[in-house]
Ligand binder design. Structure first.
Ligand code: PSU
Ligand code: MN
Length: 304
């Protein structure tokens, strides 16, 4: 059995040297409720196509790593209840045992790099959780950004995290954190975290050139592009802060830990905002898909 399979659309794009954007599947299975998850996954793929690139949604289906999913596979994944959430630690085990799993940012980066895809768009990366000084809960996404050469377009790190600590760890790991079109680090549902991003860029071409330069310097690891949510879709951080505090306290009280923390917090914030957080999440993912496509197109222009 091949290590991975391409969808026909992705195989044709890679053969032709066309721009391809990787997309993750944990956001579908653990990040959004049915049926909006399927609807969003389809819209995100279409946003990539409309911006001139080809989407490659990545997942492990019955042991096989898929780079690009058919619409039927996308729907099956979106409907499934008991799918594993795969990161660097458990991706190989899932594949070796023939099981099905959705890929997080870390696992999607590994798969994208394997398939020669340099750009990946998602919602928000994992990071250092609040209380990490006692829980040690730091997402494997951060180490992956240091190790695997894929540029990740996200709306910053999720605001449920400790953002100053997340920035410190990324700096230690040598990961460039680049705010797009503004100085402030965005905070997922909000445009401004109150923190200044270490770097700023204003065009897809700049991002593509920096990505190429890392390769020329033989630097492992990718770039984190922090793309602010569109103004009309944002929930200001002031409105969200008490809700995040409540959701975090609930997670602590219930003893939620490990992989379950992020999905629990996203669901709790969905409930506490009456669903508004989901609308914002969808808007920011679409916005990231469009920028990801523009960066992938800029990269193909650099090659020639
Ligand atoms: N972006 C979203 N929703 C999500 C995620 C990203 O808009 O659910 C997922 C990604 O797969 C990311 C994961 O890797 O959340 C972080 O999980 P953890 O904190 O357990 O590392
Ligand atoms: Mn964690």
């Amino acid at each position: 059995m091949m290590l991975y399979t391409h969808s026909p659309e992705v195989a044709a794009a890679l053969d032709a040297g066309r721009a391809v954007v990787a997309l993750e599947s944990t956001i579908i299975t653990h990040g959004m409720p049915w049926p909006r998850n399927l609807d969003t996954a389809r819209q995100v793929e279409q946003a990539v196509r409309d911006a001139g690139a080809v989407p490659a949604t990545i997942a492990v289906l019955e042991g096989q790593l898929h780079i690009g999913l058919t619409d039927a596979a996308l729907e099956q994944l979106a409907r499934s209840k008991a799918v594993a959430k795969l990161s660097r630690a458990d991706m190989a085990v899932c594949m070796a045992e023939g099981r099905t799993g959705a890929t997080t940012v870390a696992a999607t980066m590994i798969a994208a790099a394997l398939a020669g895809i340099e750009v990946f768009a998602t919602g928000g990366i994992g990071g250092v959780h609040k209380g990490a000084e006692t829980s040690f809960d730091i997402s494997a996404d951060l180490q992956e950004l240091a190790a695997t050469r894929v540029s990740v377009i996200a709306a910053g790190a999720k605001a449920i995290l400790d953002l100053p600590k997340t920035l410190e760890v990324l700096e230690t790991l040598g990961v460039p954190v680049i705010a797009y079109g503004q100085d402030a680090l965005p905070a997922f549902w909000s445009r401004d975290s109150g923190l200044k991003a270490p770097l700023r860029m204003d065009s897809p071409d700049q991002i593509a050139r920096a990505h190429r330069m890392r390769a020329r310097l033989d630097l492992p690891g990718g770039q984190l592009i922090a793309n602010p949510i569109p103004l009309d879709a944002e929930i200001p951080l002031g409105d969200l802060a008490p809700i995040i505090a409540q959701a975090t306290a609930d997670a602590d009280a219930l003893g939620i830990s490990g992989k379950a923390v992020t999905p629990f917090l996203l669901q709790r914030i969905f409930d506490l905002t009456g669903g508004a957080s989901l609308e914002a999440n969808i808007a920011l993912v679409l916005n990231n898909a469009r920028l990801g496509a523009a960066v992938a197109v800029a990269l193909t222009a650099l090659k020639t």
